[in-house]
Design a protein around this ligand. Sequence first.
Ligand code: ADE
Ligand code: ZN
Length: 338
Amino acid sequence: MAHFSDLGDFVQQLPKTETHLHLEGSLPLELARKLDPEKFAEPPPYWRPDFRFHDFAEFQEQFDRYFFHWFVSPENYYDSCKIVFERLVAQNCVYLEASFHLGVAENLSVPFREVARAIHAASPPELEFRLFLGMFRDHYQGQLAGLLDEAITWDEIAGVDLHGFEHPAFQRWSAEVWSRVRSLGKVTKAHAGEFSSAEDVRQAVIDLGVRRVQHGLRAIDDPTVVEMLKTEEVTLDMTPISNVKLMAVPSMREHPIRQFMRAGINCTISTDDPMLFGNSLNGEYMGLANDAGFTRGDLVQLASNGFAVADLSTEKKQEFFARLDQTLGRSTGHGAGG
Ligand code: ADE
Ligand code: ZN
């Protein structure tokens, strides 16, 4: 492995993926300041490392109170994404999957597709970008149902995700729509097991048919679900700092990511909502190294896992694995730790 004396340099040099990012939870502080100059004059309290949200409702409330108010036009999405994408590229993130929220369509005065186009227009050429359409578990109602049926066919949309509160249980419509999305050659994800249960993770995989679970933490409570994740080759797109600040796990050290990796499950790491956690992609890698004892080899494995599951051609993946090897001064293999 090439020698980097400083862990920060090592993490920076690693080509990385971000595969679990909510665009509305990524609003840069300088733009939040335009929404509310007083409230955001200084970084918000939730950026402090020791901050904890009492519960998911307190976190979700920040979206409703502040951040959704920014995301009301294609221009505003563009301005936010431009900064967010540049900052990811500056951290050597080369592949990004990010979601935008179906519910914003209700407050738009232009066609929803314009938002998807504006987000893509903000993506720089150095970044392989895939846009996901995210929605709540009960969002298939009224005009949003028809809009979703249409949006899943757009070239701008690489896939879909279910987010927000993890209750009620998955509704019948989602299995049908998710299956349709896959038949269009696109990727399906679902948030499950952040706070809910191992059973909820099982349902995401078995009933919804996803092979990409966002979080999936609670699967650790049931060995049969862990086994199922392995045999079904499910990837867990995990977000350690978000999990600590939302108290889904007690601490970085007690995060189950290590156990999942030991059980042979493909895990990636991402930031989830940097505006609400004050985190960065490099910071996630640093946090696992400094607070959970991850070795540099473990960090390489995490970066490699992101490329393994990426929505990319085999050739493109090989290119990224080679870049990973090159950074590490290795001549063979494909970034499988070490
Ligand atoms: N939406 C944005 N961040 C989320 C999270 N961590 N869990 C569920 N839904 C979300
Ligand atoms: Zn999320």
